[in-house]
Design a protein around this ligand. Structure first.
Ligand code: 13P
Length: 244
C-alpha cells in the first residue's frame, strides 16, 4: 500500500499567534500522514510545537545551490537543521512569479534529497494549455526534467503533486476523473523508468481541495492524498481532509 499523505501549503500566510493555535489544533494528527509547509521564518516554531507529534513540517521552496553568495536563498542544509521533512519544489506560483524553469526545479529536488528532505515536486497545466489539449505534454515535460536528473534510488524518495494551475485558489477543482487520468499518466511515465518506484510513489492532487470534495478525489486509485492551500489554514478543514 502506498503512503496516504496530506500536506498543507500555507503559502505566505500566518503569524506566530495564528500558527500556534493552528499547530496545536492539528498535532494529534489524522488517518493520513500530515505535514505543513510553512514560510521559512516559522520553521523553528513548527519544530518546537510539532517535534514528537504525528505531524511533520516542511518548507515551500529550497535553493538549488549548496551555499554561497545567493542573497535571499535558503539552503537545504539549513532546512535540515530545523528538522524539515519536506520541501515543495516547482509550485506553479514559483514557476510563474519567479520564472523557475523545469531544470531548476529538478536541481532543487536533488538538493533537498542530498539532505534527507523529501521534495514535493509540483507539475500542472494552465487553463489555456488544457483547452489546447496540451495537458499531458506539459506535465510530461515538467516531469522529464526530474527523470533526467534523478537516479532510480533518488526517484524512490520523492513525492509528486499534480496541481492544475486553473484549480489553484479558484474554487474550481478538477473532477476526480480528470485528476485520476493525469495521475495515471504521470505514474506510467515514472514506470517507464522503474516500475517498482512508480508503484510506491505518492502522487498528490492539489487545487481547491476542501473537506467536501477530498474523499471523492482520494477514492481514485492513483490519487494518494492532497497538497492543500487555503483549507490547510483552518484546523477543522485540514483535519477533515486528512481523515478523508
Ligand atoms: P488551494 O487549495 O488554495 O487551491 O491551493 C492549492 C495549492 O496551490 C497547494 O499547493
Amino acid at each position: 500500500m502506498r503512503q496516504k499523505l496530506v500536506i498543507g501549503n500555507w503559502k505566505m500566510h500566518g503569524s506566530l499567534a495564528a500558527n500556534e493555535a493552528l499547530l496545536n489544533a492539528i498535532k494529534g494528527g489524522a488517518s493520513a500522514t500530515l505535514a505543513v509547509c510553512a514560510p521559512f521564518p516559522y520553521l523553528a516554531q513548527c519544530q518546537a510545537l510539532l517535534a514528537g507529534s504525528a505531524v511533520a513540517w516542511g518548507a515551500q521552496d529550497v535553493s538549488a545551490e549548496a551555499r554561497g553568495a545567493f542573497t535571499g536563498e535558503v539552503a537545504a542544509s539549513m532546512l535540515a537543521e530545523f528538522g524539515v521533512g519536506y520541501a515543495i519544489v516547482g509550485h506553479s506560483e514559483r514557476r510563474t512569479y519567479h520564472q523557475e524553469a523545469d531544470g531548476t526545479v529538478a536541481a532543487k529536488a536533488l538538493r533537498a534529497l542530498e539532505f534527507g528532505i523529501t521534495p514535493v515536486i509540483c507539475v500542472g497545466e494552465t487553463l489555456a494549455e488544457r483547452e489546447a489539449g496540451q495537458t499531458e505534454a506539459v506535465v510530461a515535460r515538467q516531469l522529464q526534467a526530474v527523470l533526467d536528473a534523478l537516479s532510480v534510488e533518488q526517484l524512490g524518495r520523492v513525492v509528486l503533486a499534480y496541481e492544475p494551475v486553473w484549480a489553484i485558489g479558484t474554487g474550481k477543482t478538477a473532477t476526480k476523473e480528470q485528476a485520476q487520468a493525469v495521475h495515471a499518466f504521470l505514474r506510467a511515465r515514472v514506470a517507464e523508468r522503474d516500475d517498482g518506484v512508480a508503484g510506491r510513489m505518492a502522487i498528490l492532487y492539489g487545487g481547491s481541495v476542501k473537506p467536501d470534495n477530498a474523499a471523492d478525489l482520494f477514492s481514485m486509485p492513483d490519487i494518494d492524498g492532497g497538497l492543500i492551500g487555503g483549507a490547510s489554514l483552518k484546523a477543522e478543514d485540514f483535519l477533515a481532509i486528512g481523515n478523508a
